[in-house]
Design a binder for this molecule. Structure first.
Ligand SMILES: NC(=O)c1ccc[n+]([C@@H]2O[C@H](COP(=O)([O-])OP(=O)(O)OC[C@H]3O[C@@H](n4cnc5c(N)ncnc54)[C@H](OP(=O)(O)O)[C@@H]3O)[C@@H](O)[C@H]2O)c1
Length: 298
């Protein structure tokens, strides 16, 4: 029986070597016995699909154990499909848009009695469409997930990491963090928040052993666009980057302690770079053409 309520183990413990391995000892409480592992532990939120799933693959195939979190039951399927990569995989189904969900996740982490080496705070949703027509509840839920849960989780994991003077935090931001995003106005603002917050935290923690990295993907081929009701837009129907590439870039940047990691193809990374120098009005006009409902057919 699992001693950690709500936490489902997926694979048996195994040990592998890794260039990123942290040689700290950790003890895993499991099936009434204490197992020893020297694999570091990573938390990945939003790990059931897309970029988070690929990030989980990166962690597991580079010597980490992983606690995967998502809202729906597919998280167990996703975790099962990753169990051959060698590490211990835990899966937890939690709605992180609720404050109680963040608390429950932290309790599960604490119950594992293992230091958290890395946290990928990646769970996020979009909401396409005109601001005046979108449902306020959907946009507030977006803020609860993309912004509030990210801050609440970061507070917990960063506090523990700084106390140990060791750890790595990855925030999934977006290239849209750098340009206003009409018809995704609240989503774009949520990513601008994550980007600014992540970089501010990076600076605050620069004299500690904890690094903070923000990953800025361009349009990436995931379930995001369908879920955000963007499939009738130029953005939704445009060619997109492979989430595996984006995750590989994010993982590498995290391990190397980079600040910003622009994810995806050369074109997407150029888009991310240009956001730094594009005036707001011009960036908004550019994004409007991509995001406007019906733009897929114009
Ligand atoms: N795709 C892009 O073009 C793109 C570009 C830039 C940034 N991003 C960012 O990348 C991150 C990952 O998105 P993605 O593109 O990989 O999309 P995705 O395939 O839709 O993945 C989103 C993940 O977040 C989880 N999630 C959603 N609501 C949740 C909730 N309330 N509680 C817990 N988990 C929840 C989903 O799990 P469930 O299915 O269980 O809900 C899923 O695992 C997001 O932060 C997104 O903003 C994406």
């Amino acid at each position: 029986m699992c001693p950690v309520p709500g936490l489902f183990p997926v694979s048996a413990l195994s040990l592998r070597s890794s260039p990123y391995e942290n040689r700290q000892h950790a003890y895993l409480s499991w099936e009434d016995s204490v197992m020893e592992t020297d694999r570091p532990l990573a938390l990945i939120t939003g790990a059931s699909s897309g970029i988070g799933y690929e990030l989980a693959k990166q962690f597991l195939s580079n010597g980490f154990d992983a606690l995967l979190v998502a809202e729906d039951a597919e998280i167990t399927t996703a975790a099962n499909s990753l169990q051959d990569l060698g590490g211990q995989v835990y899966a937890e189904r939690i709605d992180l848009s609720e404050r109680e969900g963040v608390d429950r996740l932290y309790s599960s982490l604490t119950a594992l009695k293992r230091p958290l080496e890395a946290a990928a705070l990646n769970a996020g949703i979009g909401a396409g469409g005109p601001f005046l027509e979108n449902r306020l509840e959907d946009e507030l839920r977006l803020i609860d997930l993309n912004v509030v849960s990210t801050v609440a989780l970061a507070k917990r994991v960063a506090t523990d990491m700084v106390a140990r003077n060791h750890g790595r935090i990855l925030f999934t931001s977006s290239v849209v963090a750098r340009m206003p995003s009409p018809f995704q106005a609240v989503y774009g603002a949520s990513k601008a928040f994550v980007q600014s917050f992540g970089q501010a935290l990076r600076n605050e923690l620069k004299d500690t052993g904890v690094t903070v990295t923000t990953l800025l993907p361009g349009p990436t081929d995931t379930e995001f666009f369908e879920r955000a009701d963007l499939m009738d837009t130029r953005l939704g129907t445009s060619k997109k980057d492979d989430p595996a590439l984006v995750a590989e870039q994010g993982f590498k940047g995290l391990m190397e302690g980079e600040g910003n990691v622009l994810g995806g193809s050369l074109k997407s990374r150029a888009m991310g770079m240009s956001g730094n120098v594009t005036p707001d009005a011009a960036g908004a006009e550019m994004n409007r053409k991509l995001n406007e409902p019906g733009s897929a057919h114009s």
